[in-house]
Design a protein around this ligand. Structure first.
Ligand code: PLP
Length: 391
C-alpha cells in the first residue's frame, strides 16, 4: 500500500479500524443456500420512519433549513426535547440544559472533549460500544476498563468501579440499555453510580440511546434526573437515530448543567457549527407528532426480543447471556474457536451476520452480538432452522 510522505497523528494511528466493514465483507462469500442474508450486525432500525415524518423532512428541506442555526441547536427542538425528557423522567429540565448534536456519537466526542484532557482517564464498562473506545483513543484520553461478567447479566459493579478511581479519572460512562450486551441496568445500580460520581466529584455520563425501547409499563429508566442536584454530576446523552428511525439524518442530544453547556458550545462551534437543521425542524414536530408510532415500535421491539429468546431456546449449545432493548449477547458453542472465526463462518455458511465479541473489547472470544431489532419476528423465527446446520 502506498503512503504519503507526511506523517499521521500518533493518536489516530492507535485507533482501531472501524469493525463493521470487516464483518459486512464476509457476506460476499455467502452463496444464499439457506435463504436471504439475515443481517443482525449494525444496529439499524428495521423499519423506515413513518410517512408523516418523511413528509415533514421534505417540507423542511424546501424551507429555510439551508441557513446556519444556533450552536446548541434550534430553540424549538431544545424546548420539545426538554419537555420530552421531563415527562420521561418525572422532572423539569429547562431548555438551557439541553444541547442538540449531529448524532449521539458526536454527543459523546463533544462531551469527552469538554470533560477530559489528553492523559486523563474515563471508566468504561467492558464489553463496550467500540466507538466509545475509539473516540477516547483518538482524543488521547485513557480508558479504564470496568469488567462486567455474564453471571451478573453484564451489569457493572459499583464497588469495583470505586476501586478504579484515582485523580486522573474524570468520568464514568454507562450505556443503558447496553450496547453490546443489551443489559438494562436496574435504577438502583444507576443510583449507586450517581452517588459514587457525586462523592468523587466526577461526571456520570449516561448514554441512553436505547431508552425508548424499554418495555412499556416498566416505569422511568432511572430516578437520577428527578434529583434536584442531578446536573451537578450527571450528563445524559441521547440519539434520535433509533427511536425515530432516522440514523442518516444525524441527530442526538446532551442534557447537562447549564455551565457545562457554555463549555460544550466551544466544542460544538468547532466541530459542527450547528446541528443538521432539516432534521431538527422535523423532529421538533415529531417528538409529539409521531408519539403513537414510537410507542408501537417499542411494543414491536419487545416482540422481537421475545422472538430472539425463543429462537435460541431449542439450541442448547448456544447460551443467551443477556437480551435487552436492541441486542442479545450470546455465547457460541465452540470454545476452541475464536469469535471472529465463528462470526465469519455464521455469515459465509449460513447467511447470518452478527458482530463478534472482541469488537467490543478484550476477553469476549466466547460471545457474538445479535442486533435482533434489525429484522421482524418472522425472520428471527428462521434462526433455529439455520443454526442447527452449524456444527
Ligand atoms: C450506545 C450507542 N451510542 C451512540 C450510538 C450512535 O448513535 P448516533 O447515530 O446518534 O450517532 C449508537 C449507535 O449504534 C450506540 O449504540
Amino acid at each position: 500500500v502506498s503512503v504519503p510522505a507526511f506523517r499521521f497523528s500518533a493518536n489516530i494511528r492507535a485507533v482501531d479500524t472501524p469493525p463493521i466493514p470487516e464483518a459486512k465483507g464476509w457476506i460476499t462469500q455467502y452463496d444464499g443456500r439457506h435463504g436471504p442474508l439475515i443481517d443482525l450486525s449494525q444496529a439499524v432500525p428495521g423499519t423506515p420512519p413513518p410517512d408523516a415524518l418523511l413528509d415533514k423532512l421534505v417540507e423542511e428541506a424546501a424551507g429555510e433549513a439551508f441557513r446556519y442555526g444556533p450552536i446548541l441547536g434550534d430553540s424549538e427542538l431544545r424546548a420539545a426535547y426538554a419537555a420530552d425528557v421531563s415527562t420521561t423522567y418525572g422532572t423539569s429540565v429547562p431548555d438551557s440544559q439541553v444541547a442538540i448534536t449531529a448524532g449521539c456519537n458526536q454527543a459523546f466526542v463533544a462531551t469527552m472533549l469538554a470533560l477530559a484532557a489528553p492523559g486523563e482517564r474515563v471508566i468504561l464498562p467492558a464489553p463496550w460500544y467500540f466507538n466509545h473506545k475509539m473516540s477516547l483513543d483518538m482524543l488521547g484520553v485513557g480508558v479504564v476498563p470496568l469488567h462486567c461478567r455474564p453471571e451478573d447479566g453484564f451489569v457493572p459493579d459499583v464497588e469495583q468501579a470505586a476501586g478504579l478511581i484515582d485523580p486522573s479519572v474524570k468520568a464514568i460512562l454507562l450505556v443503558t440499555p447496553n450496547n453490546p450486551t443489551g443489559a438494562i441496568y436496574p435504577p438502583a445500580t444507576i443510583a449507586a453510580f450517581a452517588k459514587l460520581a457525586r462523592e468523587k466529584g466526577i461526571a456520570l455520563v449516561l448514554d441512553e440511546t436505547y431508552r425508548d425501547f424499554l418495555p412499556a409499563g416498566s416505569g422511568r429508566p432511572h430516578e437520577e434526573l428527578a434529583n434536584p442536584d442531578w446536573a451537578d454530576h450527571v450528563i445524559q446523552l441521547y440519539s434520535f437515530s433509533k427511536a425515530y428511525a432516522i440514523p442518516g439524518y444525524r441527530l442526538g442530544a446532551i442534557t447537562a448543567h447549564a455551565a457545562f453547556m457554555a463549555e460544550l458550545a466551544k466544542v460544538l462551534d468547532n466541530i459542527q457549527i450547528c446541528p443538521p437543521r432539516i432534521a431538527q425542524k422535523a423532529v421538533a414536530w415529531a417528538i409529539e407528532g409521531i408519539r403513537p408510532w414510537r410507542e408501537a415500535q417499542r411494543d414491536e421491539l419487545r416482540r422481537r426480543a421475545e422472538a430472539c429468546r425463543a429462537a435460541f431456546a431449542p439450541l442448547n449449545a448456544w447460551r443467551v447471556d443477556s437480551v435487552g432493548a436492541y441486542f442479545a449477547f450470546v455465547a457460541h458453542p465452540f470454545p476452541e474457536k475464536t469469535a471472529i472465526e465463528t462470526g465469519r463462518r455464521l455469515a459465509t455458511e449460513l447467511g447470518i451476520l452478527t458482530l463478534p465479541g472482541p469488537y467490543f473489547g478484550p476477553g469476549r472470544e466466547t460471545h457474538l452480538r445479535f442486533a435482533f431489532a434489525n429484522v421482524g419476528v418472522e425472520v428471527l423465527s428462521e434462526l433455529p432452522g439455520r443454526l442447527k446446520h452449524f456444527i
